[in-house]
Design a protein around this ligand. Structure first.
Ligand code: GSH
Length: 206
């Protein structure tokens, strides 16, 4: 039995769902996370004391932290090549997974709440501008790294493309004139033509 706990509007949940779909793994999903279902109840805290999604349950094995779950699924189903065999290539995949999960998601917070999720309480234009500036500074690094490349690492699709593709989806969901990053745009379009990519980069899940 494989269960993935988390709402599909969470980027970190979608990282895991996309990996499972690329690998054609059967799973059930339970819709945890605010505002759908509060993860701070004892039943959920027993699985993840951080009260956060995603959580993976495989029989009696419980795992939280999206990157660990991605690596676990890809590492136990290596035939798809989502986690390269070569140690250096694998380290580069980890580099981008770590960078996306910490550096990149550390700067977009206010802008995403204001412009993508359009939540009340996020109307301060100065904070929106500051967040967009920090975000685009990071994306300039990504755009340069993608110059002349089809995928993030090596010549094949890996976990790094999933994490970066979902992050780019947020940038392109911002509804105002933004700096153009041609290499990121081209990579994002390539992600959207994959069956699983098209599913997880849809309009209903920014
Ligand atoms: N480092 C964690 C972060 C997880 C995280 O921030 N999850 C958010 C959703 S993206 C969450 O659970 N928020 C509370 C909620 O949805 O109720 C991971 O990568 O799994």
């Amino acid at each position: 039995m494989r269960m993935i706990l988390g709402r599909v509007t969470s980027i970190n949940v979608r990282k895991v769902l996309w990996v499972a779909d690329e690998l054609d793994l059967p799973y059930e999903r339970e819709d945890w996370g605010l505002p759908n279902r509060d993860p701070s109840v004892p039943e959920f805290l027993a699985l993840n004391p951080n009260a956060q999604v995603p959580v993976l349950i495989e029989d009696d094995f419980v795992l939280w932290e999206s990157t660990a779950i991605m690596r676990h699924l890809a590492g136990t189903h290596r035939q798809a090549g989502l986690l390269p065999e070569d140690a250096r290539q694998r380290a580069l995949v980890d580099q981008w997974l770590g960078w996306q999960g910490s550096d990149l998601s550390g700067v977009w917070g206010y802008a995403v709440m204001a412009l993508v999720r359009k939540l009340p309480g996020y109307e301060d234009e100065a904070q929106i501008a500051a967040s967009l500036k920090r975000w685009s500074t990071k994306l300039a690094i990504l755009d340069k790294a993608l110059e002349g490349r089809t995928y993030m690492v090596g010549d094949t699709f890996t976990l790094a493309d999933i994490s970066i593709g979902l992050a780019s989806h947020r940038w392109f969901a911002v509804d105002r004139p933004m700096p153009e990053f041609a290499n990121i745009r081209a990579h994002y379009e390539r992600m959207k033509v994959r069956a699983a990519g098209a599913h997880h980069l849809g309009l209903t899940t920014p």
